[in-house]
Write a protein that binds this ligand. Structure first.
Ligand code: HEC
Length: 174
């Protein structure tokens, strides 16, 4: 029994040593252009999915029925999110070609997050991706407005309607 424990321990130490050597060797390619293998991708996606699901359970959605809330959300989305996530009739910005993972074109998705999930994601961001956390810079009311626009309106908009809203509601530049 002692021999078995010793063998296991030595194996673990060798494995840990190998791992540390690998880290220091510089062999790992940190480039955005070097994509994850299938196993790493599965680990990250599954971890992300379950981590968010668990944290969303507790969040209670406030009354978002006032149309002004959705309009406020639109204004912010148009300014802060469109470059990465695109919008009906508008392509994602060129920077997204160099991001890994590439930000999803949420408006095209059949699975747009519900308001509580969108709220959590927008407030907290997603680690190891380019999805920023807006919690440090925006209050809950603003984040709920973004979540309302995203979950109730964005996916239903045509390119024409998005253009109209842009004309009507976006702050004019001088
Ligand atoms: C710099 C690029 C960037 C910006 C700006 C950005 N995002 Fe993201 N966002 C991402 C990336 C990348 C992901 C995907 C992360 C992943 O693969 O887990 C993402 C994921 C999301 C998701 C989850 C999508 C899904 O289908 O589950 C939501 C919701 C979201 N973003 C909302 C927003 C909102 C709202 C804004 C603006 C307030 C915003 N994002 C700004 C890069 C960005």
């Amino acid at each position: 029994m002692k021999k078995v424990i010793l063998t296991v321990l030595i194996t673990l130490v060798i494995m840990a040593g190998g791992f540390v050597m690998y880290i220091y060797s510089g062999s790992y390619d940190i480039s955005q252009l070097s994509h994850h293998n299938a196993v790493t991708k599965w680990v990250i996606n599954t971890t992300t999915h379950h981590s968010i699901d668990k944290r969303v359970e507790e969040i209670k959605v406030p009354d978002l029925s006032n149309p002004q809330i959705t309009i406020n959300g639109f204004k912010m989305y148009n300014k802060m999110c469109k470059g990465c996530h695109g919008a009906p009739g508008m392509n994602q910005g060129p920077m997204t070609e160099g991001l890994y993972p590439k930000p999803p074109a949420i408006y095209k998705s059949n699975d747009i997050p519900e308001a509580n999930e969108a709220f959590w994601i927008i407030k907290n961001g997603i680690k190891m991706t380019s999805m920023p956390a807006y919690g440090p810079t925006h209050n809950d009311q603003e984040i709920w407005a973004l979540a309302a626009f995203l979950s109730n309106k964005l996916g239903k908009m045509t390119a024409e309607e998005y253009k109209d809203w842009n004309k009507e509601y976006s702050e004019k530049k001088d």
